[in-house]
Design a protein around this ligand. Structure first.
Ligand code: SF4
Length: 399
């Protein structure tokens, strides 16, 4: 429900949009706040800058450097900004009765502002603490899953030894028991409350959750769907899997998972070059990845295949592009699928930088990286015209 009126005390033009899944309030020109339906602040635009409030209660703002990195505001700055924002919103709530709005607009807007006021800075801080108690940091999601409802059926990565990847070095791999996972899903449902309406699909985290042996995996997914799915149908379900682990399941296994809602599987191929896979200690080979995608697709599930620009530096550049394009082109991809191009970025406490330097491998310069991305895009679009090729900005990720 879009609502527009003049602010009774400041005369600024106020706009509000009350949607079933979100609330957006703009108390004046070039200032706006968005919330989920639990009244949880998600983002704000203020002083010409866009801020994201993460679920664990940080405020992130784009670095002025121009790349996609975001910096976290110090706590004192965050708190000052939030105090200012909520004072503005409280002033608007107090003035609303004088705005002369028709009852069908005034009522829902007053209700929304009251909800937002109750979820002010102190409540948001407590909400962030509750979130941190519920989740280990969600290290990464695919770009089309940032609004998914994440549940952690497994903790960490079952392999955790790819030399370029630092996503799960802070935790040991384990699979949650069914009862423990049931409690986790119930706590996730209670945490999001009315905010669940904003969450699109269900994402089974962490990495390689689909590596869980099939009987336990089916149990875990049934639990998640019973607690978080729609009453009459499963929520669309998504997850990562490595090509190596995907090969442990048959097309029949995938079809059974499809029946429980599994809609798309994201495969971190990184490269289709077997020499480079060995160099970065990624298990499996390109033939296994191709077969895994065939089986997944035969089970009726879409895939997202992720290749990493710049991996292997100058030494592997040529064979990385040609072998990866060849491998991806051999996969039966269609319009349901997507190919993501991420870019290698050095991760703390990983072995790859020193191993690459020791092998005399030079990282790609920015213009070489750009050229490699263009080479990938051109070749993949020519060979797979029906499949979307999209960027994957790993460095900008935060929930
Ligand atoms: S790249 Fe994937 S499989 Fe390799 S360590 Fe990272 S999360 Fe695990």
């Amino acid at each position: 429900m879009p609502i527009t009126f003049a602010h009774p005390t400041t005369a600024d033009r106020v706009t509000a949009n009350l949607r079933p899944e979100s609330i957006v309030i703009s108390p004046r020109y070039a200032e706006s706040y968005s919330f989920d339906r639990a009244g949880r602040l998600l983002s704000l635009f203020l002083d010409g800058r866009s801020f994201q409030r993460t679920l664990d209660h940080r405020l992130l703002v784009r670095d002025k450097g121009g790349d996609r990195r975001r910096i976290e505001l110090p706590d004192a700055e965050r708190d000052a900004l939030l105090d200012r924002a909520f004072t503005t919103l409280a002033t608007l709530a107090a003035a609303l009765p004088q705005a002369g709005l028709p009852a069908e607009q005034a009522g829902p807007l007053a209700e929304a502002l009251s909800l937002i006021g109750r979820m002010g800075p102190a409540a948001l801080a407590a909400d962030g603490a509750a979130y941190r108690g519920l989740f280990l940091p969600v290290s990464i999601l695919p770009p089309d899953q940032y609004l998914a409802l994440v549940v952690q059926a497994t903790i960490g990565c079952s392999w955790n030894r790819c030399t370029f990847c630092g996503l799960y070095r802070d935790r040991s791999f384990r699979v949650r028991g069914v009862e423990e996972f049931r409690q986790h899903c119930q706590a996730v449902r209670d945490f999001f409350g009315a905010g669940l309406s904003l969450r699109r699909g269900l994402f089974l985290a962490d990495a390689n959750a689909l590596t869980v042996p099939q009987p336990r995996l089916l149990d875990l997914i049934q639990v998640a769907q019973a607690i978080l799915g729609a009453p009459d149908q499963p929520r669309p379900l998504f997850s990562f899997v490595s090509a190596f682990d995907a090969g442990r399941k048959s097309a029949e296994d995938w079809a059974a998972l499809r029946c429980l809602g599994l809609s798309r599987v994201y495969i971190g191929l990184e490269t289709g070059d077997d020499d480079l896979l060995r160099f970065v200690a990624k298990p499996g080979d390109s033939a296994a990845a191709i077969q895994a995608v065939r089986d997944i697709k035969a089970g009726g599930i879409a895939v997202g295949v992720i290749a990493m620009i710049g991996l292997g530096g100058d030494r592997f550049a040529e064979q990385h592009v040609s072998s990866t394009v060849r491998a991806i082109s051999a996969m039966p991809l269609d319009a349901e699928d997507v190919i993501y191009l991420s870019a290698y970025r050095e991760a703390p406490q990983t072995e790859y930088p020193s191993l690459a330097a020791g092998a005399g491998i030079r990282p790609l310069a920015p213009d070489e990286e750009r050229a490699q991305r263009q080479a990938f895009q051109a070749a993949l679009r020519a060979r797979l015209p029906n499949t979307r090729v999209a960027p994957y900005h790993v460095e900008g990720f935060a929930l």
